[in-house]
Each structure stands twice: as C-alpha cells, then as structure tokens.
Unconditional design. Structure first.
Length: 247
C-alpha cells in the first residue's frame, strides 16, 4: 500500500458537513474570502511547484492539522492554484491522497487517487466533501500519512461510503465509493475536521517506515512466489508431460 496523504460508524447529515469527531452534523459555512496569508502562501509558487507538507511533530504543524477547515470556493483563482500545487505535492511524495491542511491551507479541499475508476489511476479534486453514509461492514488495513513521519498503523474503516461534494464547476455531486478508495476518502476527509489516522488506529505503537517497507517487501515476495507456484502447477486431471505413474 502506498503511503496515504491519509470506523465503520453509521452517520447521517442534513444539509451540513459531518463532524467526524462526534459523528454528528454541523452546518457547512459559506466560503469566506481568501485570507492574505493564504493568498501569499498559495500564489507564492508556480502552479507546478510542490508545497511544503505540514507535519505533526511540531507545534505549528499540530495547530494546523488539528483545526477544522473552512469551506472552499472552487472557482477562486487562489483555489485553482492551490489544487495544482497540491497535485504537485502529492505526486512528489508518492501519496494516494492529500488534504489542503497538509500544505498549510485550512480549506475543505482534497485530492484522491481514484484507484477504482480507470486505467492510469488519475487524481481527482473534491471541494467541501462530506460522508453521508458509512457501511456496517468494516475493514482493517495499514495506513500512513505524509504529515505523520513517525510511521504506520492499522485502522478500521467502513468498507463502503456515500459522499457528497462540489465539483470544480461549482456543481453538487454524489457517489458511492468502496474498498481501498473509500479508505482514502475517509482518511482525507478526517483531515478536514482536524482528525489524524493515529486517533483511530489500533492500540500499540506505530511501525517505523523502514520496518513497514521491509514488511511489505516480504509480503509482495511471498505473494509473487505463491502466484508463480500456482501458475506452474498442473490443472486437476491433467497429465504432466515427461512423468509417469504406476500402481
């Protein structure tokens, strides 16, 4: 699993954003005007230049990552530049998702690599996303986060979710997302509410990145060997050339 620029709990929303800390609802505020500090940070680099990723190992980073993000205006020139630079950032880090607070902008914008949609696995942008349904079925899997350099942990999340969001054109949209992509959405939307995967992970310490990479390498080698053995085994009832049997 690639490092994420990341609980099956039933939740509903009524004309609002989900408050992930309590799984209750809260109204989505009207997008406020761009702050001078936001404009300076976003417009201070080219559209294809990565932004510095905020990490949780310092006070300033903690404050940014623990703040509930404000609503975003999709058609703002600053937002357009932000999305381009977020894309450059997540691609530079090799992640599968990123949220605006992770680059120092407390706005409700996420990018998700759609592993489930089409070949090429493109990143897509979602403005003011919210989860309107969590499936009863849950899955436990490893997660990491570009903003948490300490390591990886196992997190239980809903296997399927319904989401609502605003498109780049400013139109409302909704869809059902399943599997690993649903995990990415849950991880990233948590970021918008000041929640990190370490708040949801299974008990125990984080696994350091080097140890995690080695574990994954061993797992892939084991899977490859198993596949090769399966492909090399004769089909049931087939006669293996060059051998004979006696009774």
């Amino acid at each position: 699993m690639k490092k994420l620029l990341l609980i099956g709990i039933a939740a509903t929303t009524v004309g609002g954003c989900i408050a992930a800390k309590t799984h209750t609802t809260m109204p989505c505020a009207t997008p406020r005007a761009t702050r001078p500090s936001e404009r300076l940070l976003v417009m201070g680099g080219e559209a294809d230049s990565p932004m510095q990723v905020v990490e949780n190992d310092n006070q300033a980073g903690q404050e940014m990552l623990r703040t509930t993000a404000a609503a975003a205006e999709p058609r703002s020139p600053v937002t357009t530049r932000l999305v381009s630079r977020m894309l450059a950032s997540v691609e530079a880090e090799g992640g599968v998702g990123i949220a605006a607070p992770q680059v120092g902008i407390s706005r409700r914008v996420i990018l998700v690599k759609r592993l489930d949609v089409e070949p090429g696995q493109p990143f897509r942008v979602y403005f003011n996303p919210r989860i309107t349904r969590f499936s009863d079925e849950t899955l436990i899997d490893w997660e990491g986060c570009l903003s948490i350099p300490a390591g990886f942990g196992k997190v239980e999340r809903a296997a399927s979710i319904d989401i609502e969001y605003t498109t780049p054109a400013g139109e409302p949209a909704s869809e059902t997302v399943e599997g690993f992509t649903a995990r990415i959405f849950q991880h990233e939307i948590d970021h918008l509410d000041g929640i990190l995967f370490i708040d949801r992970k299974e008990p125990g310490p984080l696994m350091p990145e080097a140890e995690y990479r080695e574990m994954r390498k061993r797992e892939k080698e084991k899977e490859k060997k198993k596949k090769q053995e399966a492909e090399g085994a004769p089909e049931a009832g087939a006669v293996t050339q060059g051998t004979s049997s006696s009774s």
